[in-house]
Write a protein that binds this ligand. Structure first.
Ligand SMILES: [Zn+2]
Ligand SMILES: [Zn+2]
Length: 250
């Protein structure tokens, strides 16, 4: 299994794209699709016309807004250039409503020459081919359902936290993961609401027995401190400070 970080930053970050990840197993799919991640997807050389599944953690704009640009391109492509397979959008409560409105309202979006399915998930596993996916509700924002994803393929486990504060459900989701990419919005000495700081990420990795911890989803303030060292005060395993276009073999 391979993970490519398409975006390791937040909404408006001067040097990083917002949240987005490319996962390659027997399937090729995206986890979140935040601003500036589409450009990074192109840089990876991945054929975007073959992407059949996009999994969203929640609907803060830093996690999905490039979907709009992507879909506009796919409508054009499917009508005038070539064939593409059906597309399935997967996400927490609110997915159907949000994409229902987007697909009905944005000019031309109802003219795609491929089928779009929308699927809401909560805490039940499902399969994409030979890849097992377990979404798990995490604690982020009181008005938004947010899920993290546990992805299992070929005996390996990858976890993506979505946006979350420290919570028991995240520790359960990360249990003995080979790689966990966690929301490290803030440095430990400058914490903020609804997200983890570097120390929280280390704590989750330690409590869950994670092998490799990837810190990601940085607010600009996190650039000013040594978040890797801060996480290392809680966790003795390998820690990676995520960056855009970084590839990780799980
Ligand atoms: Zn969020
Ligand atoms: Zn976010």
């Amino acid at each position: 299994m391979r993970l490519t970080i398409l975006g390791s930053g937040t909404n408006v970050h001067p040097t990083r794209a917002a949240a987005g990840y490319l996962v390659q197993t027997d399937q090729t799919f995206l986890l979140d699709f935040g601003p500036r991640t589409l450009m990074n997807l192109l840089k990876t050389g991945t054929d975007r016309h073959r992407i059949r599944h996009i999994l969203f953690s929640h609907f803060h704009a830093d996690h999905f807004s490039d979907f709009i640009t992507f879909f506009f391109d796919q409508v054009f492509y499917s009508r005038f250039v070539g064939k593409r397979p059906d597309l399935t959008l997967i996400g927490p409560r609110g997915t159907r409503r949000l994409f229902g409105v987007i697909l009905k309202t944005f000019p031309g979006f109802n003219a795609a020459a491929f089928r779009v399915s929308i699927r809401e998930v909560s805490d039940r596993s499902f399969w994409l081919g030979q890849t097992r996916i377990t979404p798990h509700t995490v604690v982020h924002s009181p008005r938004l359902h947010c899920v993290g994803y546990r992805i299992e393929h070929g005996g390996k486990v990858l976890v993506y936290s979505g946006d979350t504060q420290y919570c028991e459900s995240l520790v359960r989701l990360c249990r003995r993961a080979d790689v966990a990419a966690l929301d490290c919005s803030f440095p430990a000495n400058r914490p903020g609401p609804g997200h983890m700081h570097a120390g929280d990420c280390g704590r989750v990795a330690r409590e869950a027995g994670v092998r490799r911890l990837i810190l990601s989803h940085f607010y600009p303030v996190a650039e000013r401190y040594n978040v890797k060292k801060q996480a290392g005060q809680q966790f003795r395993g390998r820690i990676i400070r995520g960056r855009d276009l970084m590839k990780v073999t799980v």
